[in-house]
Design a protein around this ligand. Structure first.
Ligand code: URA
Length: 249
């Protein structure tokens, strides 16, 4: 039920179901009804006692769309339910009551930026192979990494019979004494174990992997296991397809 007299599109937007503009489209597309009658006129006033529904479902019965960025720690699975009863990323957001799920996945032992939402439209958009979301990883690898070793990753390497898209890759640091290195790599595909397999392919087995950025979202202010809500501005940037990272020099 609506609490005071308001424009229909505002009521839908305030319920967290859509942006104001998307709410207008829902109305003009004939998907909104007031007290059981389809209403397609923008600006229709609704008031206390009016029952607003979208696609036949009353708005208060619908889930608000929510968006979280988690700094995934090591040792949790990126799924909603694990057959082996291991801790999942969902267990890390106990106070969230909406039915959120992870957008893509990080391995059990990988840490870093992971988006969780109940917005299936945005999740599908981001996970679409043509989506081109930049994902920046920092890998601790065994051995002294050289620029020439990374060169094949910049043009693409064949994994399971299919060439990877060109990646950005650079050596960030080398520990000559311990014989390991840190490599920063940016990819926009999301194949299973992709970064580990790409680096193994050029002779640099991964010891630790962290995703530092997902599109423009970084881990500033988030310790492993911590999460935060995305701002409205961040959500609309993602919806608009702004997947650029801010590149470090
Ligand atoms: N690539 C990997 O190999 N593992 C991850 O968790 C993410 C990307």
């Amino acid at each position: 039920m609506v609490s005071s007299n308001q424009r229909l599109q505002k009521v839908i937007a305030q319920a967290g179901l859509a942006s104001r503009r998307k709410a207008e489209t829902l109305i003009t597309d004939g998907r909104v009804s007031v007290n059981g009658q389809v209403v397609t006129t923008l600006g229709t006033q609704v008031g206390p006692g009016d029952q607003v529904s979208v696609d036949g479902v009353p708005i208060e019965g619908r889930e608000k769309l929510v968006y979280y960025l988690l700094n995934k720690p090591r040792g949790v699975v990126t799924t909603n339910h694990d057959e082996k009863a291991r801790a999942t990323v969902i267990d890390l957001l106990p106070e969230v009551t909406e039915r959120i799920y992870p957008v893509g996945r990080l391995d059990y032992d990988t840490t870093g930026a992971l988006l969780l939402t109940n917005d299936g439209t945005l999740a599908n958009q981001l996970m679409h192979p043509k989506g081109r979301v930049d994902k920046v990883y920092v890998a601790k690898v065994q051995g002294i990494a050289t620029e020439s070793q990374l060169q094949p990753l910049r043009s693409g390497v064949v994994l399971n019979g299919r060439k990877t898209a060109p990646a950005q890759a650079e050596v960030e640091r080398v520990d000559a004494g311990k014989k390991n290195s840190w490599v920063r790599i940016t990819i926009h595909e999301g194949r299973h174990h992709q970064v580990k397999e790409m680096l193994a392919k050029v002779g640099l087995p991964v010891q630790k992997l962290k995703r530092e950025r997902y599109a423009f979202l970084d881990l500033v202010g988030l310790q492993p296991g911590e999460f935060r809500s995305l701002s409205h501005q961040e959500v609309s940037r993602l919806k608009q397809g702004d997947y650029r990272t801010l590149r470090r020099k």
